[in-house]
Write a protein that binds this ligand. Sequence first.
Ligand code: ZN
Ligand code: ZN
Length: 360
Amino acid sequence: MQIIRHSEQTLKTALISKNPVLVSQYEKLDAGEQRLMNEAFQPASDLFGPITLHSPSDWITSHPEAPQDFEQFFSDPYRKTPSPNKRSIYIQSIGSLGNTRIISEEYIKWLTGYCKAYFYGLRVKLLEPVPVSVTRCSFRVNENTHNLQIHAGDILKFLKKKKPEDAFCVVGITMIDLYPRDSWNFVFGQASLTDGVGIFSFARYGSDFYSMHYKGKVKKLKKTSSSDYSIFDNYYIPEITSVLLLRSCKTLTHEIGHIFGLRHCQWLACLMQGSNHLEEADRRPLNLCPICLRKLQCAIGFSTVERYKALVRWIDDESSDTPGATPEHSREDNGNLPKPVEAFKEWKEWIIKCLTVLQK
Ligand SMILES: [Zn+2]
Ligand SMILES: [Zn+2]
């Protein structure tokens, strides 16, 4: 295992910069926010730690990229920022996300609520869910994994056409696997930063995708017509477990982070680290490091305390362990399924530690 350890000075410059305008902007932040962000360059910090590399196939080793510090983010001329009349993140689900209508609806509400807290201060709205057929996308059966896949670029075109006037971005989510072009095996997601649209698939986040017994395998496509989408009716959807919810929340916020102009993080362990495979994505934390947090705060303008409190509320609200929140007998009728947040518990403890530093 290799540890990427930067010097205190390097991290301090990446966070605060040496540009006098940005230094004075930093000094105007709330004292608690500065105290928390300064943890970035405290070697003994128990809140933020270095990036660790576990194998040569990890992102940083296999995809060398230029790092982006706060100043480079701030002065990027191509970066998109939400404006007063474009402050909404829209989420469009494509195909069913759960095995029943209620599970689909609840799951998308959990994701929406999470994004609302994560991008605190922006509106997060749902577009009416659509079946795959409405997008008119190309599709195929993957020759190696034998599962159904839809064409990511076609979906992006569909989302671009549907983008509402007040949208900062539109993100499509689906439980069907994606492919970017015929010669590629698959892709987890694809985005166009200039158009502010992205499509992300959670198909591979279920516990069984890579197992022998994966139930999403289909026999060869009897392709009578490229417009016959009936194969998607009742197609296999993985169970929405706590781990799947955590993985999808992570992917969604990482990818929306890119739409804000945040590049892959190479400073500290961070949500914005690149990941090359599922094991590496699982290792990456849910939180932003102070450098990426300052970038997001600069783009949105939230109070860090309020944002962390909203994230704690999301973990606590309507969760399966909130006593009395979901009476047993009425769960199915009122659609109030318990939110599976077990996998977020450790992170909640971390946020509470941050709130203590912020509110000293
Ligand atoms: Zn990324
Ligand atoms: Zn970061």
